[in-house]
Design a protein around this ligand. Sequence first.
Ligand code: UT7
Length: 329
Amino acid sequence: MAKIRAKISGIHAWVPPYILTNKELESMVETSDEWIVSRTGIHERHILKGEGLGTSDMGAEAVRGLLKKTGTKPEEIELMICATVTPDMLFPATANIISDKVGIKNAFSFDINAACSGLLYSLVTASKFIESGTYKKVIVVGADKMSSITDYTNRETCVLFGDAAGAILLEPTTEEVGIMDSILQTDGSGRVHLHMKAGGSVKPSSHETIDAKEHFIYQEGQPVFKFAVTKMADVAAEIMERNKLSSHDIAYLVPHQANLRIIEATARRMGVEKEQVMINIERYGNTTSGTIPLCLWEWENKLKKGDNIIIAAFGGGFTWGSIWVKWAY
Ligand code: UT7
């Protein structure tokens, strides 16, 4: 019997309308457009404004668009996975809330917390359900309202992050397309450099944790940068080598968008040209689980069936990984 693979059969994304520019940030913290652009490549990011709106609202927008454009009924979806580090609430899973908001009633759903590699972890997990032959329609959402955990008095982090959501439909195929190979890795000792200090079981929320601003992203930029540059490039190179892919075989590199300098280092290591790299960090910043679907969505019209795509990410945890995808449409 022919091998069943998971193919990406649709992609959609959604960003909130409010745009926070570097200029506006200059009026909030001691920073400059020149510093932000030269150190990160970011010019602006989208922020979700509005009382009572959270990650699930962005995720639901992305899923509604995906269902519409792929002609899929919500009842047909059998599994929904949401990658996020900014769930609506600690429990239940944001995936459950998105499913409820869009009318997905015949599925089971859960969240994956792998920070900026969450979308990769979720795609690989979802692909295994498809490859088993038992699941036919699975949605993976990558959604984060990073503005909800960003301290807008801390210039070291507030210039980096934005809000966004993307949704990907996976279906089975026996053709030579889809998710071809993957490498996922974790090093929990890296948590000291990137985490949120309070609000979990070790340090539940209290007046003290709020006063100490411990419900925001804590990041030591330089060590994270060093690991990100090495690990993301290593893993992207490894997946190419073990599948005997040269830079000429690659249509696109889709890197997690945390810093333009990290993206450029990864591209150099893979030997791919700038035109082969999906980059939109300048307009969205780092949207954590949203970066990869945002890229695929913006480049969707340029992609052709059979295109080899290497997706690579690095993030909090530490988590990192790479996937080789053959585009299916
Ligand atoms: O997606 C999850 C994984 N995260 C990442 O991959 C992020 C990895 N890290 C980075 O991208 C970079 O380390 C940052 C963009 C966060 C920082 O860039 P950097 O080139 O590593 O800067 P730095 O932290 O070494 O800071 C250099 C200087 C410092 O001043 P002094 O000590 O030299 O006087 C900072 O205080 O820049 C200062 N600085 C700023 N200045 C203006 C830090 N943030 C700002 C700012 N505006 N927003």
